[in-house]
Design a protein around this ligand. Sequence first.
Ligand code: KG4
Ligand code: ZN
Length: 360
Amino acid sequence: MTTILGIESSCDETAVAIVVDGVEIRTNIIASQASKHAQFGGVIPELAAREHLKVIDQVVHEALKSADCTLDAVDAIAATRGPGLVPALLVGYSYAKALSAATQKPLIGVNHFHAHIYGALMNEPTEFVADPKNWPMMALVVSGGHTAILKLDISGEIEVIGQTLDDAAGEAFDKAAKLLHLGYPGGPVIQKVGDKGDPKKFHFPRSLIPSGGRKVRPEDRYNFSFSGLKTALLYHCQQYREDAQLEGQLLYDTVASYQEAIVDVLATKTFDAFKTFQCQTLILAGGVACNQPLRDRFTQKIPKYAKLCIAKPVLCTDNAAMVAGLAYYQYQNQDFTDLCQDVFPKLPALSQSPIRGSVK
Ligand code: KG4
Ligand code: ZN
């Protein structure tokens, strides 16, 4: 039995979890600062760091208490090392370093991007990942900072099949909510308002998808672009009101149609790649994977022979269970992090994933 305490502080959530053997979540505590950043319409890194600092010690103690666990019973301390906001990362990661030094338990620095992918696999038993029948896997990672389609092989090799050329899908939701004066974070409120609207009422552009004789360069077949969509929304709103403050059914239909354009592009490109690369498992991961119309579209489109893995919403947005869960794979490979290593802000080039199966 391997028990890992995980810490996540890459953005505006201070989260601590204790996970046994990569899948058994003993506790998963998330202290969100979203309301503190809402007035600014986005996350302020220094403010995030100060808020993490205020609560981190308390959240760690709460996690140990609620899991009825002591530090003695923990095998390793894991924490998000990057990518993310450096001031925010530093709080959780430095805390983890100190805990590791004080307890003499190994430190496991976790890549937040890989952790999001792993979050979608936590509902499955570990045998699922070990089973060659379920590979290769394809993952669509859609969060506030990333939008990418990846192919994962059983050996741990990972290949970026496509990615966004400009904004991430989460930004497309957040920026639209800001433009429409709906608040922050944008995804949940866009979904709520869009529920009351007709997604076919207006047509918003689907970038990098061939239509009406418009061709797409082969190298962009699996890439995304959301900046044109945002501009299209601005022009659409300005037809009605200079300040873009739409109301009532016009607002609902606008939001539903805008959301539909994002869902349509994400699903079309991902399923195209899934079939072309002959994958067996499809993973939908990251904060935007909470979006119900997106989840529904993926559920409708998944071929009968394949398996779709989408995490519960609480494991899609930032959390520490995915960090402690992924760290289990690193622990097994003795992939420990030296205390001299520091946090990193940007996603490094992807070639290997800690998530791998066993070839029998
Ligand atoms: O993965 P995450 O929690 O943080 C990052 O690593 O970025 O993702 C946050 C993003 C935000 O852009 C937020 O608006 C979006 O996930 N999001 C949603 C929904 N819930 C959160 N987007 C669409 N629909 C939702 N229900
Ligand atoms: Zn995230």
